[in-house]
Design a protein around this ligand. Structure first.
Ligand SMILES: Cc1cc2nc3c(=O)[nH]c(=O)nc-3n(C[C@H](O)[C@H](O)[C@H](O)COP(=O)(O)OP(=O)(O)OC[C@H]3O[C@@H](n4cnc5c(N)ncnc54)[C@H](O)[C@@H]3O)c2cc1C
Length: 411
């Protein structure tokens, strides 16, 4: 465009930004990626703070046979081939027969959702069976613990059109090992938070101008990949203001919250649970909603768990000390006081409070499934385009959706 200005500015170096930059460069276009944080990968982030790789954000490559990131994965394992699920019933773990009954109910619940007519404005809960003894546990699992939001707040259409099936691959290096590897060599500027984006295309200005405390940069077009939490908070001032339809789409796709908690074992006791197995408690009316746990991945000496939905937001506001205490109590409810001797150092994620994310991933409010396509619609003759997990319908909320939407924005 103007001398050395790049063809495209990409805001955010998560999955979508990395995919967009790779696709542009492959097409012979120049680009610069402006990333507010001090690292690439965004919500794909692996730490070794507890020794072995531990994903603080994305964990699995879902739907691996058509996940675009499967092509790049190194050593990995299909979690479904090695995980046994343990369900705690309040005073003991379910027997195999009880678990089989629960799992049948789980499949029937999902079949009922698939078969329900996609009436506009219908929530997932509006189509859920509520007759069986397991249904509250299943709804909690599918809502808060998988979609980071209670089923009452999620569009049925969005839910059934999102593919989250297996195979579910666990990369040994972590998803946050894999994704930043794909950014090697890309023109990424870290610590470049964009606070203003002028996409007016005013005469003499050409395309877009991004500004921040670091200065300003011009380009022909911009692809904005920051989370919808960041967009909804108004962290980037757009000039001119975004169209009403785009603002409504952002509001229709709020961020849910999934907080991860991990513990390193103090000694040799592994709680009698084999590597890769999972455990969770059945929902008890009147009690705090339970968390879910994955034990000793790849034989590492840590476990990790999730708390999602309203309880996750509540604990996030209370802070990591309260979240750790709640997590210890959740595990003690299954394993008893033995956990005190097992659970050592703890890590708690801050996706909810972190101003670069403000949540974990989006869901569509009832009636707002179409918002994903609206948000992905180019604006200003193609000068401005949004990308990221919120902009993909089939792989909504995931690294696969973020990646594909980045590629399609670049195209
Ligand atoms: C706990 C948790 C578990 C998850 N589990 C899975 C899973 O198992 N499988 C799966 O597929 N997905 C999972 N996800 C979702 C997945 O991580 C996201 O969908 C995906 O990483 C989003 O990528 P993105 O590029 O759309 O956004 P992001 O990764 O958020 O990238 C946007 C980037 O923009 C940057 N940014 C923010 N503000 C600015 C600004 N003003 N200027 C410049 N840069 C800015 C951010 O720092 C960030 O790097 C999980 C997420 C979380 C949090």
């Amino acid at each position: 465009m103007h001398g050395l200005d790049p063809d495209v500015l990409i805001i955010g170096a998560g999955c979508a930004g990395i995919a967009a930059a790779r696709a542009l460069i492959a097409r012979g276009q120049s680009c610069v990626v402006l990333e507010a944080g001090a690292r690439v990968g965004g919500r794909a982030f692996t730490t070794r703070a507890l020794g072995a790789p531990l994903d603080l954000g994305a964990t699995w490559l879902h739907q691996a046979h058509d996940n675009p990131l499967t092509a790049f994965v190194g050593e990995h394992l299909d979690h479904d081939t090695v995980r046994e699920r343990h369900l705690h019933l309040g005073d003991r773990f379910a027997t195999r027969a009880e678990f089989a009954e629960y799992w049948r109910a789980h499949r029937a619940f999902e079949d009922a959702l698939e078969a329900a007519p996609l009436t506009p404005d219908r929530s997932v809960m509006g189509a859920a069976p509520e007759a069986g003894p397991w249904d509250a546990t299943i709804a909690h699992w599918l809502g808060s613990q998988i979609n980071a939001m209670e089923l009452t707040g999620i569009s049925l259409e969005d839910y059934v059109k999102t593919d989250l099936d297996g195979p579910n691959l666990l990369p040994r290096e972590g998803v946050g090992g894999l994704v930043p590897r794909l950014a090697e060599g890309l023109p990424i500027r870290l610590n470049h938070a964009v606070t203003q984006l002028d996409w007016s295309g005013r005469k003499g200005q050409g395309g877009v101008v991004a500004r921040g405390a670091w200065g300003e940069m011009r380009a022909g077009r911009a692809i904005v990949t920051v989370s919808n939490g960041v967009l909804a908070a108004g962290s980037i001032a757009f000039t001119p203001e975004l169209p009403a339809a785009t603002r409504a789409a952002i509001a229709g796709l709020p961020m849910g919250l999934l907080t991860k908690i991990a513990f390193r074992a103090k000694g040799a006791d592994r709680l009698g649970i084999a590597p890769f197995h999972t455990a969770r408690r059945a929902v008890t009316p009147g009690a705090e909603p339970p968390m879910s746990w994955i034990f000793w991945p790849f034989g590492a000496d840590h476990i990790f768990g999730f708390v999602g939905g309203a309880r996750a937001w509540d604990l996030s506001r209370q802070g990591p000390v309260a979240t750790e205490a709640a997590a210890r109590a959740d595990l003690a409810a299954m394993f008893g006081p033995r956990v005190d001797a097992v659970l050592g150092e703890c890590l708690v994620t801050d996706w909810g409070e972190n101003p670069l994310f403000r949540g974990s991933y989006t869901h569509a409010r009832p009636g707002h499934h179409a918002s994903r396509d609206t948000l992905a619609t180019p604006l200003g003759d193609g000068r401005l385009r949004f990308a990221g997990e919120a902009c993909h319908s089939r792989f909504a909320g995931t690294i696969a959706g973020a990646w594909l939407s980045g590629e399609s924005a670049a195209a």
